[in-house]
Design a protein. Structure first.
Length: 269
């Protein structure tokens, strides 16, 4: 690791050292394992509160800490966003029905390190349009991750996602973005999921951040409901999201939140 370890760039982005990757691997693995475990409970008839209760109990059983319980007054161990909910859906009495798609987002703190990840699930049978939306969103994420290497820019990440999504006649949400993390939940930079090649800060070895594109079947506009958390598509179109936490390496990047069970995509495993 170069001699800038522990410093911040002119854009306020912290540079972490090689030993810090171990902490992020451990935190990311726990978060991914929790999302693996909850998959069996996602079915018609389940409520989003039931899923969150399971996640809360799993976090406690592992002896780690939920980063979201108590965060800005939030009271749940996950965000669960169903169908046209873009992000920050609050778990509650909502009963899942056949064909519902949902994103479950979990962040845990393991020995001071934050593991943050989300992925899509389906209750029952997966409809054709929803399946295509999920596939495009997942591929958009992976194309963004493929752009992560020293010397590229954050604009390159956003451009890779945006061009792929829009080529498939879908839209990238502009109102929410990825973020830096490490020993804090949210830090610079803002990781936009759209952009121009060469734009934004330059990627350097030792940067940690999330990439978490939200993709809509319809238009990109969102609105936040009266609860001040739940964001929905303005046109009621379906929305999907996948999120990984990554670290920039000397030659590319490392994904900290890979699914140990190979269940990151709802049709896998």
């Amino acid at each position: 690791m170069h001699d800038k370890t522990g410093q911040t760039t002119r854009d306020g982005i912290r540079i972490y050292g090689s030993a810090d990757f171990d902490g992020m691997r451990a935190a990311g693995k726990v978060a991914a394992e929790i999302l693996d475990e909850v998959a069996t409970l996602v079915k018609p008839g389940a409520t989003t509160a039931m899923l969150d209760d399971f996640i809360r109990e799993d976090i406690a059983r592992r002896g780690v800490v939920s980063a979201t319980i108590g965060y800005k007054g939030y009271r749940h161990a996950s965000c669960i966003s169903v169908n046209h909910v873009v992000c920050h859906g609050i778990p509650g009495p909502k009963v899942l029905t056949d064909g519902d798609i949902l994103n479950i987002d979990v962040t845990v703190i393991v020995d001071g390190w934050f593991g943050d990840t989300s992925r899509m699930y389906v209750a029952g049978s997966l409809g054709r349009k929803a399946a295509r939306l999920i596939d495009v969103t997942h591929e958009g994420l992976m194309r963004g991750i493929a752009a992560v290497k020293p010397g590229n820019t954050f604009g390159d990440i956003g451009h890779a996602i945006q061009t792929y999504v829009e080529a498939n006649k879908m839209s990238v949400v502009r109102d929410f973005c990825g973020h830096g993390l490490g020993r804090v939940f949210h830090a610079p930079p803002n990781v936009l999921h759209y952009g121009r090649p060469g734009g934004g800060p330059v990627l350097e070895e030792g940067m940690f951040f999330t990439i978490e594109p939200m993709v809509n079947l319809g238009r990109p506009e969102t609105k936040v409901l009266a609860d001040d958390w739940t964001a929905v598509t303005r046109d009621k179109s379906l929305s999907a999201q996948f999120e990984h936490s990554v670290g920039v390496t000397a030659t590319g990047c490392e994904i900290f939140t890979l699914s140990p069970a190979g269940k990151f995509h709802p049709t896998w495993g």
